[in-house]
Design a protein around this ligand. Structure first.
Ligand SMILES: [Zn+2]
Ligand SMILES: [Zn+2]
Length: 234
């Protein structure tokens, strides 16, 4: 039981870091973070995802730039819904190979010593360390816990949000793209379920718009703001 709860807590922390830090903070500059907290988030993302901030940000900004048209790195209307759902992580890896694009679209991301010499240079070392930690904490179950952690972002972010978030659900705003809100209560994928709301106003770190919608990512941001750990950009 404790293993299941610990796993759920860890994957929810990871998804919170992705939506609040990588997406709303880094890619869209909707908020800034306390320096110590930012380093903790970057360390956690390195341990649990192995994703490079500049790559993530660049690919995501390119997605907004081309918005379901040719050039969008992971649109289901370009690649097909099942390709994005099952192979979303591969599309990401493919897009990340374009170094010129990563530099062009990835401006303003962390550019310090630890980014270059650890997080980017040895991006897969983090997930290997995580496996060791999981095996220490959960013994043989550690392999299962680690497997769930590794599949979490490729499945829910690259697969469900990038795929179904442009395919299935309701729309509040008639945007140029095909973005959709998957569920009004956005608690499982950190608030990213409200994807049509996001495409209508990418710079707004709050993703809920209507009275019945709830964005858990915004709830986290308000707590961080109260604790003086984050600042929302107006
Ligand atoms: Zn989108
Ligand atoms: Zn976005």
């Amino acid at each position: 039981m404790i293993t299941i709860i610990s796993t759920l807590v860890m994957v929810q922390i990871t998804i919170a870091c992705v939506t609040v830090y990588l997406h709303r903070g880094q890619a869209h500059k909707g908020l800034t973070f306390n320096l110590v907290l930012e380093h903790c988030i970057r360390f956690w993302l390195w341990l649990t995802t192995g994703m490079v901030t500049q790559q993530w940000v660049a690919i995501h900004r390119k997605h907004h730039r081309f918005d379901d048209a040719e050039g969008d790195p992971h649109s289901p209307h370009v690649f097909g819904i099942w390709t994005v759902f099952f192979k979303g992580a591969l599309l990401y890896t493919e897009a990340a190979k374009d170094k010129q694009m990563i530099r062009q679209y990835g401006v303003g991301t962390p550019d310090d010593w630890i980014e270059h010499n650890l997080y980017t240079k040895y991006n897969f070392l983090g997930i290997f360390l995580m496996l060791i930690v999981d095996l220490y904490l959960f013994q043989l179950w550690g392999f299962v816990v680690w497997g769930i952690q590794m599949i979490w972002i490729p499945l829910w972010a690259a697969g469900v949000v990038n795929g179904f978030g442009h395919w299935w659900g309701y729309r509040n705003k008639d945007t140029q793209d095909f973005s959709r809100n998957l569920t009004p209560w956005a608690i499982w994928i950190g608030g990213e379920e409200l994807h049509n709301n996001h495409h209508a106003e990418p710079g707004n770190p709050k993703l809920s718009r209507r009275w019945f919608e709830f964005d858990i990512g915004w709830f986290y941001i308000k707590i961080l703001e109260k604790l003086n750990l984050a600042q929302i950009r107006q």
